[in-house]
Write a protein that binds this ligand. Sequence first.
Ligand SMILES: C[S@@+](CC[C@H](N)C(=O)[O-])C[C@H]1O[C@@H](n2cnc3c(N)ncnc32)[C@H](O)[C@@H]1O
Length: 239
Amino acid sequence: MERVGFLGSNDSASEPNFDPTDPFPIQDCSKSHSAAVDQWLGISAENVERGLLQNRTYSAHSKLDRELWIGTPVQTFQTPYFELRQILETLQPQAGETIVDLGAGYGRLAHVVTRHFPGVFFKGYEFVRERCLEGQAAMARAGLKLAQLENVDVTTLDFSKESAKYYFLYDFGSRVDVETTMENMKRCLSQHSIVVVARGGRSRDVIDKKHLWLSYSVSPLHRAHYSIYRSQPESNEMT
Ligand SMILES: C[S@@+](CC[C@H](N)C(=O)[O-])C[C@H]1O[C@@H](n2cnc3c(N)ncnc32)[C@H](O)[C@@H]1O
């Protein structure tokens, strides 16, 4: 099993709940726990976010009905590590399978997947280049060989080229962007056996209202912050 090594300064050890021998525990943790994990991984998200506030390109995007979460606290617009672990333990992805994160932020999910589900591939797509670069650097330092993070606008993704079984989305964009992406996904993947994990109200609302193909065969599993949808049972998969 590929392990995330000890990467940062020892400061994160001052967070009482943080244990570097078990950095992504399954039990609920505080927001400061995720901050300690970021620090341990060497992800300087606060610094990057401060820089983004001055970036005129992104403020222009916000006016064009983009939702890039700039100006939102780091621990609010990202999923806590423990919750990512809980989601993965429910999914139980197998070696050789791929998980895609649509709007991956700093690529937190890659680290949890690698440590707890060896052999599973991770592909993250993130619109904000600076987040992507910071996430890529952390993934390189941790030696994550099966994970990649790309600077891509997911509304332009051609899902017919994706072969992933699992898709994770946490309210990555504006409602229009989420709707566009889900329509693209439906066009290319509705005949495949896929699992979609939607976190946040916007994503779930779009799926619940417009994407019955994701709850037609199997009832969704609803949790407080996320829901898990499946396109159709494996046995019905069409090639
Ligand atoms: C709410 S955050 C979730 C981050 C991560 N998935 C998590 O759960 O921790 C959504 C991310 O999606 C990104 N995003 C927004 N619109 C996007 C788009 N069209 N293509 C790719 N990423 C996008 C944002 O920049 C932000 O980093």
